[in-house]
Design a protein. Structure first.
Length: 189
């Protein structure tokens, strides 16, 4: 029984990734181009996440500032710290950092895997700094969607389980890093 349940985890994850591949390929390409435009235009990519999603933000920033699958110059990608000193509320800490550090031409890439009322306010702060926004989200009731501008991109993973959404977000991060490398360095074998 335990082995069957474990196998079911693999099947459920693979099914979800297969289902979302076609629908997310175009928005992913747009998001990757937005990131390339920001980075080559002198901007920075600020990666952020609330709760456990902060680890995804840190991982993507590391792939961009360091390397993904091939050597390249580091890219100006920084993970914001949701636990910044002086703030008991992680969302407030992120808002303060975006307001303090964000500039026109920068991009906020937000991992949102838990429904948080603070996301809309964070998006408004980023827009106030004239930043573009990419949101990787799940299926929660996202009352913040109205805060997205036409120039923003939402990469939504339609699944109710946190684990499946988190797995898909990791793949989306890898797709973004690969697409950026492709645009900056060309195809590799």
């Amino acid at each position: 029984m335990l082995e069957q349940r474990i196998q079911q985890q693999f099947f459920e994850s693979a099914d979800l990734l297969y289902q979302i591949a076609e629908g997310l390929s175009r928005p992913l390409a747009v998001a990757a181009q937005m990131m390339v435009d920001a980075l080559t235009g002198g901007g920075r990519v600020w990666c952020a996440g609330l709760g456990i999603s902060a680890a995804d933000a840190t991982a993507l920033a590391s792939l961009l500032a360091g390397r993904f699958e091939q050597e390249r110059p580091g890219l100006a990608a920084i993970a914001l710290d949701a636990q910044a000193q002086g703030y008991s509320d992680p969302a407030s800490a992120l808002m303060r950092q975006v307001q303090t550090l964000g500039h026109p031409g920068d991009l906020l890439l937000l991992f949102e895997n838990q429904s948080s009322g603070a996301v809309g306010a964070l998006l408004q702060v980023a827009h106030g700094q004239e930043m573009s926004v990419i949101v990787l989200s799940g299926t929660q009731d996202d009352d913040w969607r109205g805060a997205l501008l036409d120039t923003d991109v939402q990469l939504r993973v339609p699944h109710s389980r946190f684990a499946r959404v988190a797995e898909a977000h990791r793949l989306l991060s890898h797709c973004l890093a690969d697409a950026i490398d492709l645009q900056l360095l060309g195809a590799t074998e």
